[in-house]
Design a binder for this molecule. Structure first.
Ligand SMILES: [Zn+2]
Length: 204
């Protein structure tokens, strides 16, 4: 594609790196920004800079947080004996929206995927083990709420082996969710029910 200027081309290249945005869409966005008041662009770049430089992760569950501890981990009303293990922040939001779960979370930051070069060391697995081992820890049950994909299953299998040295109940959310469907797209009622009717995890 020919661009009217190097500046436009650079902006198009950067924006089109985002998932789901091709060069055409990026060009449309760039031209839109040039037409808008310049404050629109400044506000956008400032919010993105802040997002990168100021976003923190909860020291317990590794979810995105404004503070050292996220609101869920801070709350006195949550059941500290259960940790629900999820892939990312979107899953926490999906499960919180069901209002059916009162335990804590642990955000792995992905799932094991050899094809994409994601191994256990790239995930927040050590932090999970630390939470279970730490003095005064009350964890009795771990629930896997991972996508029903090969990567999700591999991750659950790996974690179960890692967790076998602790005396924990390990369960997985009931699969009311269509195979290959991702957790974040499951409707709230189905997801809420699948947490309540979770089943003991069997390694086989
Ligand atoms: Zn937290």
């Amino acid at each position: 594609m020919e661009y009217p200027s190097k500046l436009v081309e650079n902006a198009v290249n950067e924006i089109s790196r985002l998932p789901g945005i091709g060069k055409k869409t990026a060009l449309r966005l760039v031209l839109h920004l040039l037409k808008e008041d310049e404050n629109t662009t400044y506000a956008l770049t400032e919010s993105l800079n802040d997002l990168r430089s100021k976003t923190r992760y909860c020291r317990e569950c590794q979810n995105i947080s404004d503070a050292d501890l996220c609101q869920v981990c801070q709350s006195h009303r949550r059941d500290r004996s259960i940790i629900c293990v999820v892939e990312d922040t979107r899953d926490v939001l999906a499960i919180e929206n069901t209002a059916q779960y009162q335990g804590l979370y642990h955000v792995l930051g992905g799932v094991i995927s050899p094809i994409e070069g994601v191994g256990p060391a790239e995930l927040n697995i050590e932090q999970l083990l630390r939470r279970i081992k730490e003095p005064g820890a009350q964890v009795k049950e771990i629930i896997f709420a991972l996508s029903p994909t090969m990567e999700g299953d591999t991750t659950a299998f790996y974690l179960t082996k890692k967790l076998s040295e602790f005396n924990l109940e390990i369960s997985t959310i009931a699969r009311g969710i269509p195979i290959g469907g991702e957790l974040e797209y499951a409707d709230e009622i189905t997801l809420g029910r699948s947490i309540l009717s979770r089943t003991t995890y069997h390694r086989d």
